[in-house]
Design a protein around this ligand. Structure first.
Ligand SMILES: [Zn+2]
Length: 301
């Protein structure tokens, strides 16, 4: 008797699934919505600092995209989660800025959170250079405009694949004598653009090493930056090295962490030999030593 009842029940269920499936759906729980865990570090964030967003609880094959303050965030798999890097540009307005994560094609598979950016005082530096390097001649002005087009194109590179892994290394062993973010008083006049890199005080001729794997996307002699090398590390992360006495890298060359890109020099608009090391994430200018610390904590156990 019990066996017949079970058979009838099974038949009813199969009929229901096969014939009346749409009407039966209400009898079953709705499909489970997987909402990923999203954590932003650090929070709040200094202006000029890099940040990272960790997305957990998704299938390993999930495609995740994102944005911070209108700039894209690319993700990579790391320790079972997905990690995306972003930067609070040195000139960003302090306050709340939107960070969005999209983990599927459905508009519901998206979350936007507000990341707080704190103001940070980086100080002012005084620099004296020949006045001809401030009030440019028409030919120098035309040259800087041409070079700006090249550098803007290089800085806009967004290769979808991450080329680097592991902790970034210091490009030279010296100490930093003019830190990132300072405002520059040039021959007594305050420049609106803050110092978008870290200056390392090292002897002329010191080898400059690639901080991580990547590809050389621009190498040349520029009016302000002197002999310069720009390296694409993938996913919108670009490093740059200025004022070199010699360039030892070719455009298009793939490089490994520690490869020599050139030698420290005093070319371009400088007061003496040093290495200017800059780092951009998808157009945001960030502090290179702080980024290095972030890569160290990503890979720490
Ligand atoms: Zn500099």
């Amino acid at each position: 008797m019990a066996r017949i009842s079970l058979g009838v029940l099974l038949f009813s269920l199969l009929s229901c699934l096969a014939i009346f499936a749409p009407g039966c759906r209400a009898d079953f729980p709705p499909p489970e919505v997987t909402e990923p865990g999203i954590v932003v570090l650090p929070e709040p964030l200094d202006r000029g600092a890099p940040g990272r967003v960790l997305v957990s609880g998704l299938d390993p094959g999930s495609t995740v995209s994102g944005s911070f303050d209108g700039k894209p965030i690319f993700f990579f798999a790391h320790k079972g989660n997905l990690v995306g890097l972003f930067g609070a540009d040195i000139m960003i307005e302090p306050g709340g800025h939107p960070l969005s994560v999209q983990w599927g094609p459905d508009p519901g598979q998206r979350r936007t959170i507000t990341v707080t950016v704190k103001d940070k005082s980086y100080g002012v530096r005084d620099i004296k250079v020949p006045q001809s390097q401030v009030d440019l001649s028409p030919s120098d002005l035309a040259r800087t405009q041409r070079e700006r087009e090249q550098t803007t194109r290089a800085l806009g590179t967004q290769s979808p694949l991450r080329l680097w892994s592991g902790e970034f290394i210091e490009p030279v062993p010296g100490r930093i004598n003019s830190s990132f973010g300072r405002q520059t008083r040039l021959n007594g006049v305050l420049n609106a653009r803050p110092h978008a890199g870290a200056d390392y005080l090292v002897a002329e001729g010191t080898p400059v090493k690639a901080p991580a794997d990547g590809k050389v996307i621009l190498a040349g002699d520029h009016f302000f930056a002197g002999n310069s090398v720009y390296v694409d590390h993938g996913q919108g992360l670009i490093s740059m090295f200025f004022h070199l006495s010699r360039i030892d890298a070719l455009e298009g060359q793939e490089i490994k962490k520690g490869d020599v890109l050139g030698l420290v020099g005093k070319t371009g608009r400088v007061t003496g030999a040093h290495l200017h090391y800059g780092l951009y994430i998808n157009g945001a200018r960030i502090d290179p030593p702080v980024f290095r610390q972030m890569t160290a904590s990503l890979y720490a156990d």
